[in-house]
Design a protein around this ligand. Sequence first.
Ligand code: SF4
Length: 95
Amino acid sequence: MTTKKVIPMKKTSLEYAVKIAEKGTHCGMCRIDFLGTGLCPSGKKHGFLAYWPQGRMELVKHLNEGRIKPTDKLIEIAHSCTLCGICDKQCNFAT
Ligand code: SF4
């Protein structure tokens, strides 16, 4: 009998990001301050869905599926995340 070796995913890998995106319901509650913990600073600043956590999850999913290609704009959107963690509380609370 062989045991399957579990290889931990790097937290910065696309695979890890896809796993997180798969857990979310993509409901868009991250665009409403329903917990009183604040809103995504990037989403607030830029306004477009791609800059909100919900949009980021869609981008990761479609990147992984090869439906979209990395572009300069996509990289700019990714870099606009401040890693503040506000969305972690909101999305985990909701799901
Ligand atoms: S970590 Fe902060 S800036 Fe990045 S998507 Fe989440 S709420 Fe927005």
